[in-house]
Design a protein around this ligand. Structure first.
Ligand SMILES: *[C@@H]1O[C@H](CO)[C@@H](O)[C@H](O)[C@H]1NC(C)=O
Ligand SMILES: *[C@@H]1O[C@H](CO)[C@@H](O)[C@H](O)[C@H]1NC(C)=O
Ligand SMILES: *[C@@H]1O[C@H](CO)[C@@H](O)[C@H](O)[C@H]1NC(C)=O
Ligand SMILES: *[C@@H]1O[C@H](CO)[C@@H](O)[C@H](O)[C@H]1NC(C)=O
Ligand SMILES: *[C@@H]1O[C@H](CO)[C@@H](O)[C@H](O)[C@H]1NC(C)=O
Ligand SMILES: *[C@@H]1O[C@H](CO)[C@@H](O)[C@H](O)[C@H]1NC(C)=O
Ligand SMILES: *[C@@H]1O[C@H](CO)[C@@H](O)[C@H](O)[C@H]1NC(C)=O
Length: 384
């Protein structure tokens, strides 16, 4: 079979890149990284930072790489996620020996698991093969989620430690870790759990035509379509999707991947349908009275670029390009993302002079997602 290149479509692909030319400069990314490492303290901030730093600095080790499974069993100096290993080391050092979660006493059952994939990677690639402390930490974290955490009536693992409650944030903290665990162990049952939890959360939080509520069940709710929560959900399922595809069950789990793809795309399309003319999302996506938020805009754009590298469906790329333009203008000369939501209140802007740790990570994820997309378009391998 001869690959046929359609000139008109190639030109269309190229024009997808024209409006932006390039993503962030290396200097901006370096400053964004440094600021991120300075301010990321909470468990989910460190977990998200570890993922973002992996995608930017050692992309071959991320689940978006075809060579993700298994990772090398030893790392050389050109392929070492230095920042990520430092975060893992500090976390393990601070973890009380009797804590099954990677961070003790968080209130959230889910947030500590956000560092789980990084711990698994550190374990797999560790120099000291005699030590099983990282392996044990990861396995305790998994069993805490599977065996000790409250569940909803439908079987969804709670985001909270003390009562069943669903948060869209869960989707970035837990299913990607469980999927990565399953892929490394070549355990189809564990992979299935990552898929089932994604489905249960979608069933539990989704409103027509595809936006997710932020918090439901339990003693309080936030039923708004919080933009960051929707971005967390889409970005988490995207990591699950890539993990499935690159695992040893990639061929077997095609239908799972097809469903995950449509669940991600549904959020992406519904979100951008409310995009402001300057490229931003509102803090509550479908509430034009709420302020515009750069954090969620950055993460949703990152997802949009990555998703297009998998689906080769470019319908949402113009929206991502507008978002990238806005985010480029919103990262100041010192490498801080301006215009973020305060990630602790959910519904007010970050106070003046304060920046969002997760927002810093989202800029890195956007850079990595854009680069993967740009590499694909430039590779000239897109076929009709
Ligand atoms: C930016 O960093 C990338 C990855 O490290 C490198 O390939 C590229 O050459 C750098 N670009 C410039 C302009 O220094
Ligand atoms: C699966 O991975 C391969 C290699 O990275 C990639 O070419 C393909 O697009 C991926 N497919 C899906 C459905 O993710
Ligand atoms: C480092 O390790 C990676 C993965 O094993 C390998 O592809 C790469 O060639 C190595 N680089 C050097 C400089 O040895
Ligand atoms: C993490 O800890 C291991 C084992 O103690 C050590 O070999 C490694 O150098 C540390 N890495 C970093 C980045 O601190
Ligand atoms: C930790 O790494 C070893 C390989 O050195 C592997 O056999 C083990 O399964 C890993 N543990 C987990 C939980 O992935
Ligand atoms: C994928 O979704 C379809 C439609 O909802 C459903 O019938 C099918 O069972 C799902 N596939 C898997 C593997 O869950
Ligand atoms: C984007 O436009 C909205 C109005 O649509 C405005 O409130 C917001 O400040 C603008 N954001 C930036 C970063 O310019």
């Amino acid at each position: 079979m001869v690959a046929v290149f359609d000139t008109a479509r190639v030109i269309t692909f190229a024009s997808l890149l024209l409006p932006i030319g390039d993503s962030f400069s290396n200097a901006t990314i370096a400053r964004t990284r440094k600021n991120l490492l300075d301010v990321a303290k909470a468990s989910w901030e460190l977990g998200t930072a570890a993922q973002a730093l992996t995608e930017v600095y050692t992309p071959d080790l991320s689940v978006f790489s075809a060579s993700a499974f298994p990772p090398p069993d030893r790392l050389n100096s050109s392929l070492t996620p230095v920042d990520v290993l430092a975060i893992v080391n500090n976390t393990i050092k601070d973890k009380p020996a009797n804590s099954k979660p990677l961070f003790a006493n968080q209130g959230s059952a889910a947030d500590p698991a956000s560092l789980g994939a990084a711990v698994l990677l550190a374990n797999w690639t560790r120099a000291d093969k005699k030590s099983n402390s990282l392996s044990k930490a990861a396995s305790d974290q998994l069993h805490y989620l599977l065996d000790d955490t409250p569940r909803s009536r439908s079987g969804a693992i709670s985001h909270r430690a003390n009562e069943p409650q669903l948060w869209s944030d869960f989707m970035y903290m837990v299913p990607p870790f469980i999927a990565y665990y399953g892929a490394l162990q070549r355990d189809r049952k564990i992979l299935q759990v990552a898929y089932d939890q994604s489905k249960l959360y979608r069933d539990g939080l989704r409103d027509a035509p595809g936006l997710w509520r932020h918090i439901d069940l339990g003693s309080y709710q936030d039923k708004t379509h919080w933009a960051t929560g929707n971005a967390w959900a889409a970005a988490g399922m995207l990591r699950v999707l890539a993990t499935f595809n690159h695992s040893s069950f990639g061929g077997e789990l095609r239908e799972h991947q097809k469903n995950l793809t449509s669940w991600i795309d549904e959020i992406v399309v519904a979100s951008w349908s409310h995009q402001s003319t300057n490229g931003s999302l509102r803090n509550v996506i479908d509430d034009p009275k709420t302020f515009t938020d750069t954090s969620s805009t950055a993460l949703m754009a990152a997802v949009t670029y990555r998703l297009a590298t998998i689906t080769h469906d470019f319908k949402s790329i113009p929206a991502a390009n507008r978002a990238l333009e806005l985010i480029k203008k919103s990262v100041n000369v010192d490498g801080w993302l301006e215009g973020t939501v305060d990630p602790l209140t959910f519904h007010s802007p970050s106070p003046k002079g304060k920046y969002s740790p997760e927002g810093q990570a989202f800029v890195l994820l956007l850079h990595a997602g854009w680069k993967a997309f740009a590499d694909l378009v430039r590779s000239g391998t897109l076929r009709v």
